[in-house]
Write a protein that binds this ligand. Structure first.
Ligand SMILES: [Zn+2]
Length: 279
Protein backbone atom coordinates (compact mmCIF):
# COMPACT_ATOMS: atom_id res chain seq x y z
CA UNK A 1 0.00 0.00 0.00
CA UNK A 2 1.20 3.49 -0.91
CA UNK A 3 0.18 6.74 0.75
CA UNK A 4 -0.06 9.98 -1.19
CA UNK A 5 0.98 12.35 1.59
CA UNK A 6 -0.08 15.52 -0.23
CA UNK A 7 -2.85 16.04 -2.79
CA UNK A 8 -5.23 18.92 -3.44
CA UNK A 9 -8.34 16.77 -3.83
CA UNK A 10 -10.47 19.89 -3.43
CA UNK A 11 -9.11 21.39 -6.65
CA UNK A 12 -11.67 22.62 -9.16
CA UNK A 13 -9.81 20.57 -11.74
CA UNK A 14 -11.38 17.44 -10.20
CA UNK A 15 -14.90 18.85 -10.10
CA UNK A 16 -16.16 16.54 -12.81
CA UNK A 17 -14.40 13.25 -12.04
CA UNK A 18 -13.27 13.21 -8.39
CA UNK A 19 -14.77 9.78 -7.72
CA UNK A 20 -13.10 8.24 -10.79
CA UNK A 21 -9.78 9.66 -9.63
CA UNK A 22 -10.14 8.12 -6.19
CA UNK A 23 -11.08 4.78 -7.75
CA UNK A 24 -8.01 4.88 -10.00
CA UNK A 25 -5.84 5.68 -6.97
CA UNK A 26 -7.25 2.71 -5.08
CA UNK A 27 -6.65 0.42 -8.07
CA UNK A 28 -3.05 1.68 -8.29
CA UNK A 29 -2.45 0.56 -4.69
CA UNK A 30 -2.90 3.91 -2.96
CA UNK A 31 -4.43 3.11 0.43
CA UNK A 32 -4.62 6.63 1.83
CA UNK A 33 -4.40 10.23 0.70
CA UNK A 34 -3.80 13.34 2.77
CA UNK A 35 -6.19 15.90 1.33
CA UNK A 36 -4.68 19.38 1.68
CA UNK A 37 -6.95 22.06 3.10
CA UNK A 38 -5.69 25.41 1.90
CA UNK A 39 -8.27 26.05 -0.85
CA UNK A 40 -7.85 29.37 -2.62
CA UNK A 41 -7.60 31.00 0.80
CA UNK A 42 -8.90 30.65 4.38
CA UNK A 43 -12.55 30.87 3.23
CA UNK A 44 -12.09 27.44 1.59
CA UNK A 45 -9.90 25.84 4.26
CA UNK A 46 -12.74 23.49 5.33
CA UNK A 47 -13.27 21.90 1.93
CA UNK A 48 -10.64 19.17 2.38
CA UNK A 49 -12.38 18.03 5.57
CA UNK A 50 -15.80 18.06 3.88
CA UNK A 51 -14.50 15.87 1.04
CA UNK A 52 -12.70 13.62 3.49
CA UNK A 53 -15.96 12.95 5.34
CA UNK A 54 -18.00 12.55 2.18
CA UNK A 55 -15.68 10.02 0.55
CA UNK A 56 -14.80 8.12 3.73
CA UNK A 57 -18.54 7.71 4.21
CA UNK A 58 -18.87 6.25 0.72
CA UNK A 59 -15.83 4.08 1.40
CA UNK A 60 -17.49 2.65 4.50
CA UNK A 61 -20.45 1.79 2.28
CA UNK A 62 -18.23 -0.20 -0.03
CA UNK A 63 -16.76 2.32 -2.50
CA UNK A 64 -13.22 1.42 -3.63
CA UNK A 65 -11.56 4.64 -2.54
CA UNK A 66 -8.38 5.24 -0.53
CA UNK A 67 -8.98 6.44 3.01
CA UNK A 68 -8.78 10.21 3.13
CA UNK A 69 -7.28 12.36 5.84
CA UNK A 70 -7.38 16.14 5.81
CA UNK A 71 -5.20 19.09 6.69
CA UNK A 72 -5.98 22.76 7.18
CA UNK A 73 -3.72 25.74 6.84
CA UNK A 74 -3.11 29.16 5.34
CA UNK A 75 -0.72 29.04 2.38
CA UNK A 76 2.15 31.57 2.41
CA UNK A 77 0.56 33.67 -0.37
CA UNK A 78 -2.72 33.80 1.57
CA UNK A 79 -1.21 35.06 4.83
CA UNK A 80 -2.47 38.58 4.09
CA UNK A 81 -5.85 37.00 4.97
CA UNK A 82 -4.61 35.36 8.20
CA UNK A 83 -6.72 37.56 10.49
CA UNK A 84 -8.22 36.51 13.84
CA UNK A 85 -11.25 35.08 12.08
CA UNK A 86 -9.22 32.88 9.76
CA UNK A 87 -6.99 31.72 12.61
CA UNK A 88 -10.03 30.84 14.73
CA UNK A 89 -11.36 28.80 11.82
CA UNK A 90 -8.02 27.02 11.52
CA UNK A 91 -8.04 26.25 15.24
CA UNK A 92 -11.56 24.78 15.01
CA UNK A 93 -10.63 22.63 12.01
CA UNK A 94 -7.51 21.27 13.71
CA UNK A 95 -9.71 20.09 16.59
CA UNK A 96 -11.46 17.63 14.24
CA UNK A 97 -10.08 14.08 14.38
CA UNK A 98 -9.76 13.72 10.59
CA UNK A 99 -7.64 16.88 10.34
CA UNK A 100 -4.30 15.33 11.20
CA UNK A 101 -1.97 18.13 10.08
CA UNK A 102 -1.62 21.90 9.86
CA UNK A 103 -0.57 22.91 6.38
CA UNK A 104 0.65 23.64 3.96
CA UNK A 105 2.26 26.59 5.66
CA UNK A 106 5.69 28.18 5.45
CA UNK A 107 7.59 30.69 3.34
CA UNK A 108 7.61 31.31 -0.41
CA UNK A 109 10.08 33.91 -1.71
CA UNK A 110 9.86 32.66 -5.28
CA UNK A 111 6.45 34.11 -6.07
CA UNK A 112 6.22 36.29 -2.95
CA UNK A 113 2.42 36.52 -3.08
CA UNK A 114 2.57 38.20 0.34
CA UNK A 115 5.35 40.38 1.82
CA UNK A 116 8.00 38.33 3.62
CA UNK A 117 7.23 39.81 7.04
CA UNK A 118 3.54 38.98 6.61
CA UNK A 119 4.37 35.41 5.59
CA UNK A 120 6.62 35.00 8.63
CA UNK A 121 4.03 36.36 11.04
CA UNK A 122 1.25 34.21 9.56
CA UNK A 123 3.52 31.17 9.72
CA UNK A 124 4.36 31.72 13.39
CA UNK A 125 0.72 32.27 14.38
CA UNK A 126 -0.19 28.98 12.71
CA UNK A 127 2.65 27.13 14.43
CA UNK A 128 1.26 28.34 17.75
CA UNK A 129 -2.20 26.99 16.88
CA UNK A 130 -0.76 23.69 15.63
CA UNK A 131 1.17 23.09 18.84
CA UNK A 132 -1.90 23.80 20.96
CA UNK A 133 -3.80 21.21 18.88
CA UNK A 134 -0.79 18.86 18.83
CA UNK A 135 -0.74 18.59 15.05
CA UNK A 136 2.42 18.11 12.94
CA UNK A 137 2.91 20.75 10.25
CA UNK A 138 3.21 20.44 6.47
CA UNK A 139 5.85 22.86 5.26
CA UNK A 140 5.95 24.64 1.92
CA UNK A 141 9.29 26.36 1.38
CA UNK A 142 10.61 27.88 -1.81
CA UNK A 143 13.45 30.35 -2.17
CA UNK A 144 14.25 32.80 -4.91
CA UNK A 145 16.12 31.17 -7.81
CA UNK A 146 18.91 28.87 -6.60
CA UNK A 147 18.96 30.60 -3.23
CA UNK A 148 18.47 29.14 0.23
CA UNK A 149 17.11 32.47 1.55
CA UNK A 150 13.65 31.12 2.40
CA UNK A 151 15.11 27.94 3.93
CA UNK A 152 17.46 29.93 6.15
CA UNK A 153 14.54 32.01 7.43
CA UNK A 154 12.37 28.90 7.76
CA UNK A 155 14.87 27.13 10.00
CA UNK A 156 15.24 30.25 12.17
CA UNK A 157 11.49 30.13 12.80
CA UNK A 158 11.33 26.36 13.30
CA UNK A 159 14.30 26.38 15.68
CA UNK A 160 12.66 29.05 17.79
CA UNK A 161 8.98 28.06 17.68
CA UNK A 162 8.78 24.40 16.74
CA UNK A 163 11.84 22.30 17.59
CA UNK A 164 10.98 22.01 21.28
CA UNK A 165 7.42 20.80 20.60
CA UNK A 166 8.71 17.47 19.27
CA UNK A 167 5.69 17.27 16.95
CA UNK A 168 7.70 17.27 13.73
CA UNK A 169 6.11 17.51 10.34
CA UNK A 170 6.66 17.07 6.64
CA UNK A 171 8.86 19.01 4.23
CA UNK A 172 6.41 18.79 1.37
CA UNK A 173 7.56 18.52 -2.25
CA UNK A 174 11.17 18.71 -1.17
CA UNK A 175 13.44 20.43 -3.69
CA UNK A 176 16.40 21.76 -1.72
CA UNK A 177 19.84 20.33 -1.00
CA UNK A 178 21.33 17.82 1.44
CA UNK A 179 22.01 20.50 4.07
CA UNK A 180 18.29 21.37 4.19
CA UNK A 181 17.31 17.70 4.20
CA UNK A 182 19.68 16.95 7.07
CA UNK A 183 18.43 19.91 9.13
CA UNK A 184 14.86 18.78 8.51
CA UNK A 185 15.62 15.27 9.74
CA UNK A 186 17.36 16.74 12.81
CA UNK A 187 14.14 18.62 13.58
CA UNK A 188 12.14 15.37 13.41
CA UNK A 189 10.64 16.11 10.02
CA UNK A 190 9.96 13.67 7.22
CA UNK A 191 11.10 14.67 3.74
CA UNK A 192 8.44 14.11 1.09
CA UNK A 193 9.34 13.58 -2.56
CA UNK A 194 6.99 14.50 -5.41
CA UNK A 195 6.89 14.02 -9.18
CA UNK A 196 9.72 16.47 -9.79
CA UNK A 197 12.07 13.72 -8.53
CA UNK A 198 11.47 12.01 -11.89
CA UNK A 199 12.32 15.01 -14.11
CA UNK A 200 15.45 14.82 -16.30
CA UNK A 201 17.03 17.95 -14.76
CA UNK A 202 16.49 16.77 -11.17
CA UNK A 203 19.78 14.88 -10.82
CA UNK A 204 20.89 16.97 -7.79
CA UNK A 205 17.59 16.17 -6.06
CA UNK A 206 17.98 12.47 -6.88
CA UNK A 207 21.42 12.57 -5.27
CA UNK A 208 19.88 14.00 -2.10
CA UNK A 209 17.15 11.36 -2.17
CA UNK A 210 19.71 8.58 -2.53
CA UNK A 211 21.29 9.66 0.78
CA UNK A 212 18.06 9.68 2.78
CA UNK A 213 17.57 7.36 5.76
CA UNK A 214 14.59 5.06 5.21
CA UNK A 215 12.79 6.31 8.31
CA UNK A 216 12.82 9.89 6.98
CA UNK A 217 10.96 9.67 3.68
CA UNK A 218 7.46 10.04 2.26
CA UNK A 219 6.04 10.22 -1.25
CA UNK A 220 3.36 12.53 -2.57
CA UNK A 221 1.84 13.86 -5.77
CA UNK A 222 1.00 17.51 -4.94
CA UNK A 223 -1.80 16.80 -7.41
CA UNK A 224 -3.13 18.42 -9.56
CA UNK A 225 0.36 19.89 -10.08
CA UNK A 226 3.75 18.33 -10.82
CA UNK A 227 2.78 15.14 -12.66
CA UNK A 228 5.74 12.73 -12.79
CA UNK A 229 7.80 12.28 -15.94
CA UNK A 230 5.59 10.05 -18.10
CA UNK A 231 2.55 12.27 -17.46
CA UNK A 232 4.44 15.57 -17.14
CA UNK A 233 2.38 18.56 -18.21
CA UNK A 234 -0.91 16.74 -17.67
CA UNK A 235 -3.17 17.07 -14.67
CA UNK A 236 -1.65 15.02 -11.85
CA UNK A 237 -3.66 12.63 -9.65
CA UNK A 238 -2.95 10.42 -6.60
CA UNK A 239 -2.59 7.20 -8.68
CA UNK A 240 0.58 8.69 -10.18
CA UNK A 241 2.35 8.60 -6.79
CA UNK A 242 3.40 5.08 -7.80
CA UNK A 243 5.76 6.57 -10.39
CA UNK A 244 7.57 8.73 -7.83
CA UNK A 245 7.74 5.80 -5.42
CA UNK A 246 9.32 3.67 -8.13
CA UNK A 247 11.99 6.30 -8.83
CA UNK A 248 12.73 6.70 -5.12
CA UNK A 249 12.91 2.92 -4.69
CA UNK A 250 15.51 2.74 -7.45
CA UNK A 251 17.64 5.43 -5.81
CA UNK A 252 17.53 3.67 -2.45
CA UNK A 253 17.94 0.13 -3.83
CA UNK A 254 14.56 -0.96 -2.50
CA UNK A 255 11.83 -3.04 -4.10
CA UNK A 256 8.49 -1.38 -4.80
CA UNK A 257 6.98 -3.33 -1.90
CA UNK A 258 9.71 -2.08 0.44
CA UNK A 259 9.33 1.59 -0.52
CA UNK A 260 5.57 1.30 0.00
CA UNK A 261 6.09 -0.31 3.38
CA UNK A 262 8.65 2.19 4.74
CA UNK A 263 6.81 5.30 3.56
CA UNK A 264 3.50 4.01 4.93
CA UNK A 265 5.11 3.19 8.27
CA UNK A 266 6.67 6.67 8.43
CA UNK A 267 3.31 8.32 7.74
CA UNK A 268 1.55 6.35 10.50
CA UNK A 269 4.33 7.07 12.97
CA UNK A 270 4.39 10.82 12.36
CA UNK A 271 0.63 11.21 12.64
CA UNK A 272 0.18 8.62 15.38
CA UNK A 273 -2.34 6.64 13.35
CA UNK A 274 -3.40 3.05 13.86
CA UNK A 275 -1.97 0.95 10.99
CA UNK A 276 -5.33 -0.29 9.64
CA UNK A 277 -5.75 2.08 6.72
CA UNK A 278 -5.63 -0.55 4.01
CA UNK A 279 -8.39 -2.63 5.61
ZN1 LIG B 1 0.51 21.58 -2.19
Amino acid sequence: MLIDSHAHIDSERYARDREAILTRAFEAGVGAVLSIGIGEGPAEMHRALDLCRQFNGQRENGANFPRLYASAGIYPHSTTEADDNALAKLDALLAEPEVIACGEIGLDYYHEGAPRAVQREGFIRQLEIAVARKRPVLIHCRGTNESTDAWNDLFLVLDEFWAKTGLGGVMHCFGAGWEQARRSLDLGFLVSFAGNLTYPKAQPLREVAARMPLDGILVETDAPWLAPAPQRGQRNEPAFVAQTAQTLAGLLNLSEAEIASVTTKNFFRLFNLPPDVGN
